[in-house]
Design a protein around this ligand. Structure first.
Ligand SMILES: [Zn+2]
Length: 607
């Protein structure tokens, strides 16, 4: 195998963004910006005049315009963010990012006016989109138009929406930034002798330390640090949730949960089935946590043991980037040759930025550029199996984009519930293949790491759902003091972790930790994670039954994620997500992994 272009053997690649735009000063980039300004002004003008002339002609023109302007706006935004993400101290990247945000403002207003324009001629719009008299230029957008009409019924007048957008910068969004600022700038004294201090992020990373005394010390210091800043952080949470409650009421929502259900494109019945199945699975998770305690030689786990590494006494194997490439390309290709080719191309054409370096953001993400119709992946590769699965996960997102990229941009926007489908599927595929080929000792470690992550997505997510539901309910009648947030958090953790964790050693300040609670426009940014994991696993279970012949159906399913409700998308795969039995299928896959882990743990205990 030859190494990829642009790096020597053994080094890690940086991505090539030139095919998108060859730099901020390039003619291509500058012209795209100019085009965005011109097209948004046209879009705003058209939307503010409302429908003139024949409805189908107006719609066809507006939809085409929306597609062009959306393509440019999202490509420019994604490009600036990608440049910023690999070099966060680059002032030029930051300035361009802000400039694009500014240029997008008229589009927001145009969106409000467009929805009002179509609502004013609702029946004619619907007739042009669906049914015997549908116009062929408009019909492909039927789902999009129906959804826009629904959101129009939940928006205030254009002036009030304008005011809300303006005020959110010093209102809702300012509270979000306060939580970010406080949590990223708080540090505590770690070592009195050397004077070394640690930030909250650093303390939280020590939850992965193999020395229990270190984990416990970090936990105690972290709780103390949160206690010290609980007043501003509680103010931020009260501020965000208060902002959300007020706007939701003005926009005609019964509850924040209803809005979240609509944003997720699911139904109340779907959510009830999902939550019910998660609740039913709790005994298995608690049993896993007790088995992990046994393996660590503890009577029971504390919150700070949740991420403790389980050692099998053997150093886990590492992967070079080329080995990771061969592994992923091979596995993807064995499922679907087209998916394998896609992965090979991503490695060959430098679509992946894998090298950790100063100024680059942590973690991993996948982004895409509709103007060039290509995705890019960012990760920080260190050679562990978990990093290999991160690359597979992000390339799963990339494959999702490749399957949907030829649709108009309005039909490529999938809800957060379906956003993780392809990534989880890809990750599971690689995980299961790896598990089949590793030795006994490593098997226990890989399996445990995987279950540990899933436990967060099912059990911890359920605790966050309970907590947020309780907070929003109470916030409607006034602000909550920090102690009340803590006691609601502890209640939620006791209801979910149960006897899997020491009830005296939980984490009362998780409400301060998770940034998801601090988004004014997205409430309940928790259950979609469980939805994504279990739906991805449901698809995987189906693949196991059908083999590679499932690949074509899978591609079609991904292609429709932006143009149908989640209920309809999943129905096309033969699933009924309003039925608890469907969710149980995915949970059973995890249950099988837990059972195997417990067996290996018992055997390890006897040795
Ligand atoms: Zn993802």
């Amino acid at each position: 195998m030859t190494t990829d272009e642009g790096r020597s053997k053994g080094s890690l690649p940086r991505w090539d963004l030139d095919p998108v735009y060859p730099g901020f000063d390039s003619k291509e980039y500058q012209e795209a910006k100019k085009e965005l300004v011109g097209l948004s002004a046209r879009m705003e003008g058209m939307a503010s005049r409302g429908i003139t002339g024949p409805v189908a002609d107006w719609l066809a023109e507006a939809l085409e315009l929306e597609d062009r302007v959306g393509t440019i706006a999202s490509s420019l935004g994604a490009y600036c963010y990608a440049r910023y993400a690999t070099s966060t101290r680059d002032a030029k990247a930051m300035a361009e990012l802000n400039a694009i945000e500014e240029l997008e403002l008229p589009l927001r207003r145009a969106g409000v006016l467009f929805r009002n324009a179509i609502a004013a001629r609702r029946d004619e719009v619907l007739a042009a989109a669906r049914g015997p008299k549908a116009d062929p230029r408009v019909a492909p957008f039927a789902f999009h138009l129906e959804e826009e009409l629904f959101w129009q019924s939940k928006q205030m007048s254009p002036d009030l929406e304008d005011l809300a957008a303006d005020l959110s910068r010093s209102g809702g969004d300012a509270w979000t930034r306060l939580q970010e600022a406080v949590s990223s700038n708080t540090s505590v004294l770690w070592d009195a002798a050397t004077g070394e201090r640690k930030t909250i992020v650093e303390l939280r990373n020590l939850a992965y330390d193999k020395d229990r005394a270190v984990r416990e010390k970090a936990y105690n210091l972290e709780l103390g640090a949160w206690k010290g800043v609980e007043i501003p952080v509680a103010a931020a949470l009260n501020g965000v949730k208060g902002f959300t409650v007020s706007l939701n009421k003005r926009r005609g929502w019964e509850s924040a949960l209803d809005k979240s259900i609509a944003q997720s494109r699911i139904t109340k019945a779907t959510l009830d089935a999902l939550i019910g199945a998660m609740e039913d699975s709790l005994p298995a998770w608690r049993s896993y946590l007790r088995a992990k305690a046994g393996l660590l030689g503890l009577p029971s786990l504390s919150f700070y043991d949740l991420f403790a590494p389980v050692s099998s006494g053997k150093e886990p194997r590492t992967y070079s980037f080329d080995e990771a490439r061969d592994f992923i390309v091979g596995k993807f290709g064995s499922f679907d040759p087209a998916m394998g080719d896609f992965a090979a191309r991503a490695f060959k054409e430098r679509w992946i930025d894998a090298e950790p370096r100063e100024g680059k953001v942590g973690g991993a993400f996948c982004t895409h550029f509709p103007s060039a119709k290509v995705p890019r992946v960012l990760c920080n590769f260190d050679g562990s199996f978990s990093d290999l699965s991160t690359v597979a996960h992000e390339l799963g997102h990339g494959w999702h984009y490749m399957c949907i990229r030829d649709k108009p941009i309005a039909l490529t926007d999938y809800p957060m519930t379906l956003a993780e489908t392809a990534s989880i599927f890809a990750e599971t595929f690689v995980f299961e293949s790896a598990l089949a080929s590793v030795e006994e000792g490593e098997r226990l470690t890989i399996l445990e790491t995987h279950i540990m992550d899933s436990c967060q997505v099912i059990v911890d997510i359920l605790s966050r759902f309970y907590f947020e539901r309780a907070v929003i309910e109470r916030r409607a009648s006034g602000e909550l003091p920090a102690e009340e947030f803590c006691s609601l958090m502890l209640d939620a953790q006791k209801r979910t972790y149960g006897d899997g964790l020491d009830p005296e050693r939980l984490h009362p300040y998780m409400w301060a930790v998770k940034s998801h609670y601090y988004s004014p426009e997205l409430s309940f940014y928790n259950f979609p994670y469980a939805f994504g994991l279990l739906f991805g696993l449901g698809l995987y279970a189906r693949y196991r039954k059908e083999g590679p012949s499932f690949a074509a159906a899978y591609r079609e399913l991904l292609a429709m994620t932006g143009s149908a409700s989640a209920v309809d998308v999943t129905k096309s795969a033969g699933f009924d997500i309003e039925d608890k039995a469907f969710w149980k299928g995915g949970l059973d896959v995890l249950g099988g992994q837990i059972a195997e882990f417990e067996k290996l743990a018992r055997a390890a205990g006897k040795r």
